[in-house]
Design a protein around this ligand. Structure first.
Ligand code: URA
Length: 232
């Protein structure tokens, strides 16, 4: 890979800024000063430093985003802001959202550039659970809980049994689903003659939304997080 591309991709500045860094002699490759933007390096082998600091090579990236309302779960959109706009500094790594949350849904959204990771979490055969906090128009009843447990019928057929739990506050509940159909939670509530007023994803598998992340904030996944997802 060209040295200027590597440095720009690792967030060291635009191609022009990176060229300036090189010209000023701020960059070394394997402890030898390198001034040519055209120099070729092998990012997994060569040790590149800027201002004496090692530039870590990242190729696969895994982010946990607290998605705010008003953003679409897409990489590009003509009309709306996308979740990728929120993690713009990683756009060059071709990141994309793992599954989708509706524009008005908040909460835990994973973002990666690893297709296998996406498949491992989204493939229906993997049955990874997703838990949502729901504010509904009406307070849920014992009967609703039973209906969710036995499998709600949507237009395309029965959905897998889901767990519905009443929270302390009226009209607030937690629902855990085991598949990811289009508008699934909203349609399940509609099917029991109720409506979702607000929706927030709290967890995927055993991985919970990091409560220290304000809406719009994100952080990289840790080894502990991967374990909670049952991966690695
Ligand atoms: N179910 C929905 O209805 N919307 C979401 O965003 C996620 C699950």
């Amino acid at each position: 890979m060209r040295l200027d591309k590597f440095l720009a991709n690792m967030g060291m500045g635009t191609r022009t800024e990176v060229k300036q860094l090189l010209k000023k002699g701020e960059v070394t490759v394997n402890e030898t000063q390198e001034k040519s933007p055209k120099a070729h390096i092998n990012p997994s082998v060569d040790k590149v430093k800027v201002h004496e600091e090692i530039v870590q090579y990242i190729d696969k990236i895994y982010l946990m985003l607290n998605k705010p309302q008003g953003y679409v779960s897409a990489t590009e959109d003509d009309k709306h802001k996308t979740v990728i706009d929120l993690v713009g500094k990683y756009r060059y790594l071709d990141v994309f959202p793992v599954g989708r949350l509706d524009k008005d849904t908040e909460g835990l959204l994973l973002i990666t550039n690893d297709g296998q990771f996406n498949h491992d979490l989204m493939s229906p055969s993997k049955h990874v659970s997703k838990t949502y906090e729901v504010i509904s128009e009406k307070t849920i009843t014992k009967n609703d809980i039973e209906l969710f447990k036995s499998g709600i019928a949507l237009d395309e057929g029965l959905v897998k049994p889901a767990d519905l739990v009443q929270c302390d506050e009226e009209r607030r509940s937690l629902v855990t689903i085991y598949e990811g159909r289009y508008h699934q939670v909203k349609r399940m509530f509609h099917a029991i003659n109720n409506e979702v007023i607000a929706l927030k994803r709290m967890s995927i598998g055993d991985l919970q939304l990091d409560q220290s992340l304000a809406p719009g904030e994100y952080r990289q996944l840790t080894q502990e997080d991967f374990k909670k997802l049952g991966l690695k």
